[in-house]
Design a protein around this ligand. Structure first.
Ligand code: ZN
Length: 241
């Protein structure tokens, strides 16, 4: 049997506890919803971790056995321990996949991996969004149509202060006129990072089938590959010179 992809779904799990609208949309938490649809995949083994757990649920044992980590945070980015961020960073460089969702654009780990402010424009009036696929051959859009339409969402607009993505998969259009690079792939060391914009907590976006499909595809894309481990530093020549 093929080895399953070990997925850890992380969530700060704050809005769910303090906002009734959010807890009615996500009674098991955003992490619970994401873990549920990923768990239905035969090739994935899924667990969850949240901010309030010791070490935010991301102990060495959990991180070292995680192939792909998904990240949802919004209000509590500053409460994430720097030591944990450093460990995630090292694991990404070492090959662990990272899927950063929505307001995770301002998480410590995403900003550290990007090296830029990751700032953007926003507006919360429940407008329509169309995510256009701009890379139709990419594994992340397998089974997706020409675009995904989200009926009501928060707007994120350009400029999005990120480095040029290694691969751009989606560009969003918003009813109010803005556009946004909403599906961005990066390689960092041996690891892969995917930023995916949808997912504002007061709209049922993670219940939408196409959004679930993209995240599921992204987990497979970001899973580590058993490639060579690079050797750095002073080395002997392979030929006589
Ligand atoms: Zn939001």
């Amino acid at each position: 049997m093929v080895r399953r992809i070990m997925v850890t779904v992380w969530n700060e799990n704050y809005h769910e506890k303090v906002n009734e609208k959010v807890s009615s949309i996500y009674p098991e938490g955003i992490h619970g919803t994401i873990a549920k649809f990923l768990s239905s995949q035969a090739d994935m083994e899924v667990r969850t971790a949240t901010l309030d757990e010791p070490e935010h649920g991301l102990t060495d044992e959990v991180l070292n056995s995680t192939d792909v980590l998904t990240w949802w945070g919004h209000k509590k980015h500053k409460d994430v321990n720097d030591e944990v961020v450093e460990k995630i960073y090292k694991r990404v460089l070492d090959g662990m996949g990272l899927i950063v969702l929505h307001s995770g654009h301002f998480s410590k780990i995403f900003k550290k991996l990007m090296g830029t402010s990751c700032d953007l424009k926003w507006r919360e009036v429940g407008e329509r969004e169309r995510l256009w696929v701009v890379n139709p051959g990419h594994p992340i859009v397998e089974g997706i149509g020409e675009y995904i339409e989200i009926p009501h969402t928060e707007m994120y607009g350009e400029r999005f202060d990120i480095p040029q993505p290694d691969e751009l998969v989606f560009i969003s259009w918003f009813e109010g006129g803005e556009v946004f690079r909403s599906g961005c792939c990066y390689n960092r060391g041996r690891g892969k990072v995917f930023y995916f914009r949808p997912g504002h907590e007061t709209f049922p976006i993670y219940h939408q089938i196409e959004v679930q499909k993209v995240i599921t595809n992204a987990v497979r894309w970001a899973a580590p590959v058993k490639g060579p481990i690079p050797i750095f530093g002073k080395v002997q020549p392979l030929e006589n010179i």
